[in-house]
Design a protein. Structure first.
Length: 154
């Protein structure tokens, strides 16, 4: 079986670092990803994709990325079920990050750091991914659309 995802988009809000009761760093955030095509005469659509990062990767993202910044992530899709505040059963689809990378110029990204490599001394090799704690991620309507003047090649 294969479960591999690669995405590039803009953060719709600042990522916030949290910790599990065991002290493991985690962050959840959403990126706006433009679709690669648009029907003639219509505007390009944007998908809002929920992302989860653990441990050193979460710390790296929270330290170097803010709302509106481009980010490239690779990882895998994970699903979970939960009950919303009205008691309705819901299913969430999230991308669990293996690696996160800057996209764009050094000036746009605030320096010469180019990407997170899991084997660096500052961020040691990650342990297997833990299940994502239950939370209500909201809907795409809860997030602001980032106006992007760039004409992206994909």
């Amino acid at each position: 079986m294969l479960n591999v995802v690669a995405l590039m988009g803009r953060l719709v809000a600042d990522p916030e670092l949290r910790h599990t009761p065991q002290g493991v760093s985690v962050t959840t955030f959403t990126i706006a990803v433009d679709r690669s095509f648009a029907k003639q005469g219509t505007e390009r659509q944007t998908d809002f994709i929920d992302i989860v990062a653990w441990r050193g990767t979460a710390e790296f993202i929270c330290k170097y990325f803010q709302k509106g910044r481009m980010i490239a992530v690779d990882g895998s899709i994970q699903t979970r079920t939960y009950q919303d505040k009205n008691g309705n059963n819901r299913k969430a689809f999230e991308v669990v990050v293996n690696n996160a990378n800057f996209v764009g110029s050094k000036n746009e990204n605030g320096g010469g750091v180019s990407n997170y490599a899991p084997s660096t001394p500052e961020y040691p090799q990650q342990a297997p991914v833990e299940p994502v704690p239950a939370y209500s991620a909201g809907s795409p309507d809860d997030f602001a659309v980032i106006d992007d003047d760039e004409d992206l090649p994909f």
